[in-house]
Design a protein around this ligand. Structure first.
Ligand code: UTP
Length: 447
């Protein structure tokens, strides 16, 4: 792209100010700015402006009902596991990880997936995800291709982490990295914010950017080519997640669902977790900020919270559903943030108060489009302990404690008493459950 072409693109969406400092820029800065402008799609800019004009709409959720949530036990659980295992043995299951976030609350300088979480080895978050995929690949004798969404900011470091660790034992041909999109930040009146004279402020387009990125990168086509039917979706910050869990996949298939969600009981009525609700025949995720006090505290006939189950973002998607949704426009969520900007004199200012908007798409916004959806309950302590904050709740310390408590429960099931203070770590490729530990013979002496 040259200057004249850049000017034309910007004129189409009223953003000519992006070139205001052109004359002051050096050759490399000019090249970089033209590269950024080449990625700006006037249609997307107008889409952001429309979202700004509408403002942050809060949809009415007062008529929402709690969806039916399955709790699988005994024969029903065995049936779901059998169906899920059949899918895995047929090679129809993929794992899809969203790892493009900025991890600002954790304050770690690098991709969150590279954060060291192993209580003894210090292995990174990616290790625990990849080794679970490896374990199930070995157990079921078929590849589970692993699709990892990164952002422009962390893609290189993510790929390096996999390379330096020998892909954690996975075949590199079965690991597919793809990068999510970026949106420019904007002022209230829809002007793109420059955070340096030759640089547009851009931020990742949210985990909902996944759909467009899957299509653009060829990942969806790769899934199709491999005969994938069920896509297990998870987030990078939760090393307790049961990746490609046969029970969940089996339930999803049995229910002929297009979008299935694992849900866990809230720990307290106002827990900050999204809540799927039913409106007529469709479902929608209602964010905790949209729920009234009455809804948060409402009791059901059984005396428990009526809106009991929240979503920790563990999903199974039908691959064809992702394909269908990938070309559709998704709603934009606005976040009012402090964004560095260039003032009239060309100086970079770091504002003390929020001054501009970032735009994000959320993957759960496709839930109302699913022809069939399914909801499955699980026990939070077994599968969800995210690393969000540097300290306090949902931090590395709580996550390591929860990982070790889970492994301790497995060992106890095998008759091995492991005292609480004793550091413990189990390589998922060695065991993804107590049955593996038993099968691998560790507990023979104790049994
Ligand atoms: P969070 O909403 O927790 O955001 O992401 P984050 O960026 O990791 O952390 P904070 O809010 O800046 O502290 C939940 C999941 O969605 C992914 C993250 O990588 C994480 O797995 N995500 C989030 C993306 O892949 N892209 C995004 O643009 C945002």
């Amino acid at each position: 792209m040259n200057y004249a072409e850049a000017e034309k693109v910007l004129r189409k969406c009223g953003q000519e100010h992006v070139l205001a400092y052109w004359k002051k820029l050096g050759g490399k800065e000019r090249e970089a700015l033209l590269g950024q402008i080449a990625k700006i799609d006037p249609k997307s800019v107008r889409y952001c402006q429309e979202a700004l004009a509408k403002g942050a709409e809060v949809p009415d959720s007062s008529k929402g009902r709690a969806p039916k949530v399955a709790v699988l036990k005994g024969r029903k659980l065995a049936e779901a596991v059998a169906v899920g295992e059949k899918e895995l043995r047929a090679g129809r299951v993929a794992a899809l990880l969203v790892a493009g976030g900025q991890g600002s609350r954790l304050g770690y300088d690098g991709p969150k997936g590279c954060y060291s979480i192993g209580p003894i080895t210090g292995a990174p978050l990616f290790y625990f995800h990849a080794r679970k995929i490896l374990a199930r690949t070995v157990r079921y004798g078929r590849t589970i291709p692993f699709y990892v969404m990164t952002s422009e900011a962390n893609n290189e470091a993510t790929v390096r982490c996999f390379e330096e660790n020998g892909y954690f034992g996975l075949n590199p041909d079965d690991v597919f990295f793809f990068t999510q999109g970026m949106w420019p930040g904007m002022t209230k009146d829809g002007k793109i914010i420059m955070d340096a004279p030759g640089h547009v402020f851009m931020s990742p387009d949210g985990h909902g950017g996944l759909l467009a990125a899957l299509k653009r990168s060829g990942a969806l086509a790769d899934m199709k080519r491999r005969g994938i039917r069920s896509v297990f979706f998870f987030q990078v910050d939760n090393p307790l997640v049961e990746v490609a869990d046969p029970a969940f996949i089996g339930y999803h298939v049995m229910e002929k669902s297009e979008y299935s969600l694992k849900l866990c009981a809230k720990r307290e009525p106002k827990e900050k977790v999204g809540m799927p609700m039913q409106f007529g025949k469709t479902f929608r995720m209602v964010e905790y900020t949209e729920m009234t006090d009455e809804q948060c505290n409402r009791k059901g006939r059984d005396g428990r919270l009526y809106f009991l189950y929240g979503s920790p973002a563990i999903h199974v998607f039908d691959r064809a559903f992702l394909d269908r949704e990938a070309s559709k426009a998704m709603p934009l969520h606005l976040a009012f943030k402090k964004i560095p900007f260039v003032d009239a004199k060309g100086k970079v200012v770091k504002p003390a108060e929020p001054n501009g908007y970032k735009f994000e798409k959320f993957i759960f916004d496709v839930l109302p489009n699913a022809r069939r959806a399914a909801f499955l309950a699980f026990d939070q302590k077994d599968e969800f302990s995210p690393v969000k904050n540097a300290e306090g709740p949902d931090s590395p310390a709580t996550c390591r404690a929860d990982m070790q408590a889970k492994w301790r429960r497995w060992l106890a099931e095998c008759g091995v008493d492991c005292p609480e203070g004793l550091p413990l770590e189990i390589d998922p490729a060695y065991a993804v459950d107590a049955a593996d530990i038993r099968a691998n013979g560790v507990c023979l002496g104790a049994e």
